[in-house]
Design a protein around this ligand. Structure first.
Ligand code: SF4
Length: 366
């Protein structure tokens, strides 16, 4: 049997990039694309040995856990091709109005029992404006905050008014989930009822209000590796604090129901590349991990993930929280991160230190 010869130049370049990030440096887009284009399983494992070191350097053994409550379900006006809650799709997913206090407090209790850092209120609608609905949202945030059981987060869609972001902050909101979803180039392939710029603009209002940003995307929608690379650099540029990586779970009745799944090694490679580009951010593995990674789920941490969405997703099931906690324990990882205030993250975005900069709306994609 002939053995493939070891490409030392490749390993040397990988080592050089890994050491640079460990030393606090950054990699260029060309370097990142080289990582995204590594093909062999051996090279991807070599990449992950570095992404694991980078995670350990900046995060130690801490893993940040989040959960979500579907605070308003279904009948969304938007046409996101992956989403079971879009009114453009017939998926049979539940529909109900804004959630009462009880289910939110139950989620807070469960989070508290399971060392879950934050509970996010997620609403299926285009966005939120001043008015009675914002009053109700602020009430739920205040109740969550007052309970002292978990950090109140929210994901309420597009914001077009600074006052809305300021009111959320006043109510006690600390972190807002608003994914860019994909590269600017690929965005119109999955949504045409709002724009990438609407999303970047929303993030600008939130940052001005002093709210932390949870923003990532979905992989496996048919995008190229270049699109994934551009998404990661855009997230760096907008200053995302938490970067959720969702893996498409094609739901029957959605436009993307027949999109073929990504191979698990390609998913792990993507996570590893994100860790190289975003060494200090929380890289959170969110929707689609159970169905796409199956027995390889625990490898997301070797690939560089430092956060996990636990409990059920908005319209699909996840493995139990108990099983996730056991997985972390077996890996020697610690989910107990009380008081996590993002102080372990460097200032990202434009590089100024006042957090007041407006992100550019004409192309966060580098
Ligand atoms: S992803 Fe959000 S905005 Fe898009 S259809 Fe689903 S709920 Fe609506």
């Amino acid at each position: 049997m002939q053995r493939a010869s070891l490409d030392l130049t490749k390993l040397q370049r990988l080592d050089e990039l890994g050491r640079r990030v460990l030393d606090g440096g950054s990699i260029s887009r060309d370097d990142a694309m080289w990582l995204f284009n590594l093909e062999s399983t051996a090279d991807i494992f070599a990449l992950m040995s570095w992404s694991n070191r980078i995670r350990e350097q900046f995060k130690g053994n801490k893993i940040h856990l989040c959960s979500i409550v579907n605070a308003k379900a279904g009948a969304c006006s938007e046409n996101c091709s992956f989403c079971a809650q879009s009114s453009f799709h017939q998926t049979g997913s539940p529909r109900y109005g804004f959630v009462d206090p009880e289910p939110v407090m139950e989620a807070a209790d469960e989070a508290n029992r399971n060392s879950v850092t934050a509970v996010g209120l997620v609403a299926a609608w285009k966005g939120i404006n001043e008015g009675p609905m914002l009053d109700e949202v602020c009430d739920r945030i205040r109740e969550l905050k007052a309970s002292g059981k978990t950090r109140p987060d929210a994901s309420l869609g597009i914001i077009k008014d600074q006052k809305v972001a300021d009111r959320l902050k006043e109510a006690g909101l600390e972190c807002y989930g608003h994914n860019l979803e994909s590269s600017k180039r690929f965005f119109p392939q999955h949504c045409t009822t709002h724009t990438y710029e609407d999303r970047v603009g929303t993030i600008g209002y939130l940052k001005k209000a002093g709210i932390k940003i949870c923003s990532g995307g979905i992989i496996g929608m048919g995008e190229t590796r270049e699109d994934r690379c551009d998404l990661a650099f855009s997230l760096k540029e907008i200053g995302a604090n938490v970067v959720p990586i969702n893996i498409l779970n094609p739901i029957k009745g959605t436009t993307f129901e027949n999109v073929p799944p990504l191979p698990p090694m390609e998913i792990l490679q993507t996570i590893a590349c994100f860790r190289f580009i975003l060494p200090r951010q929380e890289i959170m593995i969110a929707g689609g991990r159970t169905v796409n990674l199956r027995d390889m789920q625990s490898m997301v941490f070797t690939a560089g993930a430092s956060a996990l969405m636990v409990g059920n997703y908005l319209t699909t099931l996840n493995q139990s929280v108990e099983k996730d906690l056991q997985m972390l324990k077996d890996l020697g990882l610690d989910p107990d991160w009380e008081g996590h205030d993002f102080s372990d993250q460097e200032e990202t975005g434009c590089g100024c230190d006042n957090g007041k900069c407006e992100p550019e709306t004409d192309g966060a994609t580098v």
